[in-house]
Ligand binder design. Structure first.
Ligand SMILES: Nc1ncnc2c1ncn2[C@@H]1O[C@H](COP(=O)(O)OP(=O)(O)OP(=O)(O)O)[C@@H](O)[C@H]1O
Length: 224
């Protein structure tokens, strides 16, 4: 469970989040809102990449201020820009990287890497330089590198931005099937169709918190 309690976050001169309170227990939670409304910042708070100026964020009862390392092992974060996440020369090595750092035995690493690449259609790219992949393939790779760690919670910041329709649908299907809790920040409204809950942010505040159709209706009205 993720819990925000009266979270304020000031960056420079700007109040980016202003009194956010929410308990997220549902399996599929979407976050939508205009550009600059604070969605990515809210997502980054979940694994301690950003810390509140006041208020608290807890994950499974652990405060992100005090337990950042433990929380990062539990919360996988998929960045919008996959280049920010790709660290190793080849696709397979990139997926294996964090498993290696966690001391997982080599045979298990090989098995898990192969499995995740096959599941997301990247197996033929395993030995290619990661930076030669297309934007969409890189986004899938960034996702594979997080999924292979089997985190308890997955936070995705605009995971379909670079993807064509086929790959967007694949991500939507993947999100539907994942057993973990998933929090997705997105402008891709169809992705949220069968989500359990959608938050709408506006100027750092939650202005709607409802089922997808209701929340999206609110968002459309806000921007009209
Ligand atoms: N380090 C920073 N210093 C100052 N302001 C920042 C910083 N990081 C983000 N902001 C500001 O905080 C606001 C919220 O940013 P955030 O990235 O959370 O928005 P967003 O809703 O995800 O936007 P988008 O849909 O465009 O990705 C923006 O106005 C942004 O300019």
């Amino acid at each position: 469970m993720i819990e925000f309690t009266d979270v304020h976050l000031r960056l420079g001169e700007r109040d980016v989040l202003c009194g956010v309170t929410a308990r997220l227990t549902e399996r599929r939670v979407g976050v939508i809102g205009a550009n600059g409304s604070g969605k990515s910042t809210l997502a980054r708070l979940i694994n301690g990449l950003a810390l509140p100026t006041s208020g608290t964020v807890t994950v499974g009862g652990l405060d992100t201020r005090r337990h950042a390392a433990r929380i990062r092992r539990r919360v996988g974060f998929v960045f919008t820009d996959p280049d920010a996440q790709i660290v190793m020369p080849t696709v397979a090595e990139d997926v294996a990287f964090s498993l290696r750092r966690r001391g997982v035995p080599k045979a298990e690493i090989d098995r898990r890497v192969q499995e995740v690449l096959a599941r997301y259609g990247l197996e033929e790219h395993a030995d290619r330089p990661a930076h030669h992949l297309s934007g969409g393939e890189k986004q899938l790779l960034a996702l594979c590198s997080v999924l292979v760690l089997e985190p308890e919670i997955i936070v995705m910041d605009e995971p379909t931005t670079l993807l064509d329709l086929r790959h967007s649908r694949r991500i939507a299907a993947l999100v539907r099937e994942l057993p973990q809790q998933v929090v997705v920040v997105t402008h891709d409204l169809p992705l949220l169709a069968d989500f359990d809950r959608v938050l709408v942010l506006d100027q750092g505040k939650i202005v709607a918190d409802a089922d997808p159709a209701t929340a999206i209706g609110h968002y459309r009205a806000l921007l009209s």
